[in-house]
Write a protein that binds this ligand. Structure first.
Ligand SMILES: [Zn+2]
Length: 247
């Protein structure tokens, strides 16, 4: 699959990078990514992936746009209030690049859901979805790019327990729902922190697809917005992890 003159022009700044180049853009054009959540993290993540020319993007979300989302979910406008988030975001992505295919699944993610992407993106706001997606990623040998943000802090990691020997899954790191787990609408969060986190998730997807650099497999990047500090911490596989014991 060679790139058309339009694609060469559109993706010139990626082609100029030796780690991506023409072959990397071709891999992005051929890629299929499922994003679970079209809100504060899924929005910027999806926009950057569409701009990078990811050929097929599947968006899962059953929520509708509310006024209180607009403080951070910058893919939406006042006119979108009441509309399905996944539908509005899909329209944005198609407008950005009409050559990409965007599939909308306006359903709540369930345990028996079957996202089709080669990479699964956890941009959800709740633990049951995250654990279900983590199990699916492990059992089907796919990478899960995870992100979360609350307050002034964000976190990003890549879980590839079904792909790499010894790589941890999400549940190795967080064995069970933390007692203080609160949904995003119950705690404050700085909009710009969700944007940084969503963009960092897109960066990990681009690295996984193109083979550039070192994805955050077995590591979590912690973004501390208030202090301006950012650090990366290593994670280990838990021998007692219920997800990793199943194969
Ligand atoms: Zn595990």
């Amino acid at each position: 699959m060679s790139l058309t003159p339009e694609e060469l022009d559109r993706h010139r700044r990626h082609i100029l990078l030796k780690e991506i180049g023409g072959p990397g853009v071709q891999k992005l054009r051929a890629a299929h990514v499922s994003i679970i959540g079209a809100g504060a993290l899924g929005g910027p993540c999806a926009l950057y992936l569409a701009a990078a020319g990811v050929g097929r993007i599947e968006l899962w979300d059953d929520d509708r746009v509310e006024r209180s989302n607009l403080q951070r979910q910058i893919q939406f406008t006042e006119q979108d209030i009441g509309a399905l988030k996944a539908e509005v975001l899909a329209a944005r992505l198609r407008a950005m690049d009409p050559s990409i295919k965007v599939d909308v699944v306006a359903e709540r993610f369930r345990e028996d859901a079957a996202p089709a992407g080669q990479v699964l993106v956890d941009a959800s706001d709740n633990f049951p979805t995250r654990y279900a997606l983590n199990r699916l990623a492990h059992q089907t040998g796919r990478a899960m790019v995870h992100g979360a943000a609350a307050g002034w802090n964000g976190q990003v990691s890549v879980f590839a327990s079904g792909l790499q020997d010894g790589a941890p899954c999400y549940q190795c790191w967080v064995p069970e729902t933390p007692p203080d787990a609160e949904a995003c609408d119950e705690v404050g969060v700085v909009g710009a922190v969700t944007g940084m986190t969503g963009a960092a998730m897109a960066l990990e997807v681009v690295k996984l697809i193109t083979g550039a650099g070192k994805p955050l497999i077995g590591r979590v990047r912690l973004i501390a917005g208030l202090s301006g500090e950012s650090r990366t911490v290593s994670l280990r596989r838990d021998a007692a992890c219920p997800t990793c014991r199943i194969r």
